[in-house]
Ligand binder design. Structure first.
Ligand code: TRP
Length: 448
């Protein structure tokens, strides 16, 4: 077995920052703030925190423990856990889903890079007071340029992964994550000086307790937890496999989950005060980031700089998440097919770029494709991966970890020797995660 030669994180800090880098991504900045605001502000935030602690942390810890104990990438780790059962192929779902997510995530990252470049170049188009939505729509409909930026994103990701765990992922994270935190805090301090700060705070935090009666709130909290921490896709199993046995895991799982949540909350503090200061409506996802915020930046004194910093922030957040997704597939190819790291990086990076091309073309050349519900190709890929594969794999993982892994072994692998805590952890994996996630899965199937 190749476990002696297995790559490792050089430092505990490197591991933590790489995992936070994977977790903090577009999900925190363009999705989380809006989901909070829409679902009852502070009331949602409380439920979300609870879900993170009760579901997110246990599953994250379980993934780390599995990867580290099996000393293998995610699909092999599952196979080694249940070698003789037909569950042994289940780990493949995560690998496939990670590739699929990366394919379209790179398209959005490409838009982000383009906007960062526009702001850094002080493009005059961005100074106009209006027409930002049209500008964005015209941009994504162009046949070639978005593909070029998407390719750049994939090329950067591939280059980092080709360099390996320590020299690639760890070094990148150790440099970029502190910068990311600095940018975010700087933007938040600036945001506190804006006239809309109070309304932004209210949108984000003021609890609307009546929302607690709506099932959608719980579905949203669970979906956001999975996507935002980056669970059930093999990322954290694979990252855990590079962590030496001498460094305890539970504290890391808690710290990473809370750091991810904190980033999301601060991102909300950056975005909403600015939006409300100019009397605009908060929107979701692409339209917030590429249509509403540029309008804000155009009116804000010093807005060009703020815009440049914001898109730089988003570029970093996206890149460190893309790196983690590619690593899942590359680690698979290396272990299963015995490919060298450079070869696996290049082939899979290229392949996933091709797979993402339709997602990009869906906004222009292929926009006429008749998809159900008038969705774009990117939406369809996102729905399939995030709302179906992700919860499905979450349940599978929880069942594997909670039911098929002997309890004392699992607890030992997770460094949970304190018995009370270990039991709680196991209870969550065994009952809470599967039941709650199945409910969400049923909910999203029902909605389609
Ligand atoms: N967590 C990242 C975000 O918030 C995206 C991401 C990275 C992800 N790895 C993942 C999502 C694994 C699901 C599964 O944008």
């Amino acid at each position: 077995m190749s476990s002696e030669s297995r790559e490792q994180w050089q430092s505990r800090r490197g591991f933590l920052l790489a995992a936070v880098g994977s977790a903090v991504g577009l999900g925190d900045i363009w999705r989380f703030p809006y989901v909070v605001g829409e679902n009852g502000g502070g009331a949602f935030l409380l439920v979300y925190l609870l879900v993170v602690l009760v579901i997110g942390v246990p599953l994250l810890l379980g993934e780390f423990a599995l990867g580290r104990r099996m000393q293998s990438e995610s699909a092999t780790a599952v196979a080694r856990l249940v070698p003789a059962s037909r569950w042994r192929h289940a780990g493949l779902i995560g690998v496939i889903a990670a590739g699929l997510i990366l394919a379209y995530y790179a398209v959005i990252a490409g838009w982000v890079f383009k906007y960062a470049a526009l702001y850094l170049g002080a493009s005059p188009q961005l100074l106009a007071q209006e027409g930002h939505a049209a500008l964005f729509q015209a941009y994504v409909a162009r046949p070639l340029e978005p593909l070029a930026w998407q390719l750049l994103g994939m090329a950067l990701t591939t280059a980092v992964i080709a360099k390996g765990v320590e020299k690639g992922i760890e070094r990148l994270s150790v440099w970029l994550m502190p910068l990311l935190a600095l940018l975010l805090v700087g933007l938040a301090v600036h945001s506190a000086t804006l006239p809309g700060f109070g309304r932004g705070l209210a949108f984000l935090f003021q609890p609307d307790w009546a929302m607690l009666a709506r099932p959608e709130l719980y579905l949203a909290a669970l979906g956001q937890t999975f996507f935002s921490i980056g669970l059930a896709m093999g990322v954290m199993v694979t990252y855990g496999s590079y962590q030496p046995a001498t460094r305890p895991l539970p504290g890391a799982a808690v710290a990473i989950s809370l750091a991810d949540t904190l980033f999301g909350v601060i991102a909300g503090l950056v975005i909403f005060p600015a939006v409300f200061s100019f009397g605009l409506d908060p929107a979701q996802g692409s339209s917030l980031t590429f249509a509403v915020l540029p309008q804000v930046f155009a009116q804000l004194p010093g807005g060009r700089l703020v815009g440049a910093l914001f898109f730089l922030l988003l570029s970093i957040a996206a890149l460190t998440s893309m790196v983690s997704l590619l690593e899942v597939t590359v680690a698979y190819a290396m272990q299963r097919w015995r490919w060298s790291r450079p070869r696996a990086s290049l082939c899979l990076g290229g392949l996933l770029f091709l797979l993402g091309m339709p997602a990009s073309l869906g906004f222009g050349a292929w926009a006429g494709l008749p998809l159900p519900g008038g969705h774009t190709i990117l939406d369809a890929m996102d729905f399939f991966a995030v709302e179906l594969l992700l919860p499905l794999n979450g349940v599978l993982l929880a069942v594997l970890l909670g039911w098929l892994w002997p309890r004392h072994e699992a607890m030992e692998a997770a460094d949970l020797h304190a018995r009370r805590l270990g039991r709680l952890w196991h209870f969550s994996l065994r009952y809470l995660v599967p039941v709650l996630v199945l409910t969400v899965l049923a909910g999203s199937v029902y909605r389609t």
